[in-house]
Design a protein around this ligand. Structure first.
Ligand SMILES: [Zn+2]
Length: 210
C-alpha cells in the first residue's frame, strides 16, 4: 500500500465539506454559530445527542461517545481503514494524493506496525461487540450493570468480553490472514507448553483496550 504525504492528508481535510459529508448519513440542523445537531448515525436515538463543528470539521456524540475528524467519520460509516477513508474523500472532493518515498526497510517496519495495530484494533472491536451480543457474556453484563456502569460509558471506553473458548479469536484471526508469528508478537495468543499449539490469551473475562 502506498503511503500518502501528510500534506496530501491536510489538503483532503481542507477540501471536505463537513456538512455535506455528514448530511448523507443524518439530517442536520443548525444549533449555534459553529454547530449543527442531528440524530446520531452510530447509535439508535430519538433526540439528537450528535453534533458537528463544520469549521474544525469534527463530530461528537454525547450518547455513545463516538467522535473524531472527517477521516474517522468515513472509517466508521464506510467500514474502511484510514487509508481507505483518505482515498475515498480524495476521490469525492477531487484532491490528488501524493505518495511518499520510503526506503524498503522503513516501509517493511511500518507495514508490520500497521499489521499489529490492525490486529489489536480487530480484537478490541470484536470483544466490545461480544460483550453486548453474546449469550455467554450475560453474566458479565449483569456484573457491570450491578456495578452501576451504564452502557454508553462502557461503549465509549470500548470495554469488551473475551469469549471463553480456547481458540475463538485464534481461529478467526488466522482466517483473516494473520500469521502465528504476528499473533504472538501482538501478545494475543500463547503457546501451550505441552502440545506446542497456540491458544487465546484472553478468555472468559472483561477486556479493556489500551
Ligand atoms: Zn451516538
Amino acid at each position: 500500500m502506498p503511503r500518502y504525504t501528510d500534506d496530501s492528508k491536510e489538503r483532503v481535510r481542507d477540501a471536505v465539506d463537513m456538512i455535506d459529508l455528514v448530511s448523507a448519513r443524518t439530517e442536520l440542523r443548525r444549533a449555534g454559530a459553529n454547530s449543527y445537531q442531528g440524530l446520531c448515525p452510530f447509535h439508535d436515538e430519538r433526540t439528537p445527542s450528535f453534533g458537528i463543528d463544520p469549521v474544525k470539521k469534527v463530530y461528537h456524540c454525547f450518547g455513545c461517545g463516538s467522535g473524531g475528524d472527517v477521516f474517522r467519520f468515513v472509517q466508521e460509516t464506510e467500514g474502511v481503514d484510514f487509508q481507505g477513508a483518505l482515498e475515498l474523500l480524495a476521490d469525492r472532493y477531487a484532491v490528488e494524493l501524493e505518495v511518499e518515498d520510503e526506503d524498503p526497510r522503513t516501509a517493511a517496519r511500518r507495514r508490520r506496525r500497521e499489521r499489529l495495530y490492525a490486529l489489536l484494533e480487530r480484537y478490541a472491536a470484536y470483544y466490545a461487540r461480544y460483550l453486548w451480543e453474546a449469550a455467554e457474556a450475560a453474566d458479565a453484563r449483569a456484573y457491570v450493570a450491578a456495578r452501576g456502569l451504564d452502557e454508553a460509558t462502557l461503549r465509549r471506553f470500548r470495554v469488551g468480553y473475551a469469549a471463553s473458548a480456547w481458540d475463538h479469536m485464534y481461529t478467526r484471526s488466522r482466517s483473516a490472514g494473520f500469521s502465528d508469528e504476528e499473533l504472538l508478537a501482538a501478545g494475543v495468543v500463547q503457546r501451550s507448553r505441552e502440545r506446542g499449539t497456540l491458544y487465546d490469551r484472553f478468555r472468559g473475562r472483561l477486556t479493556f483496550p489500551l
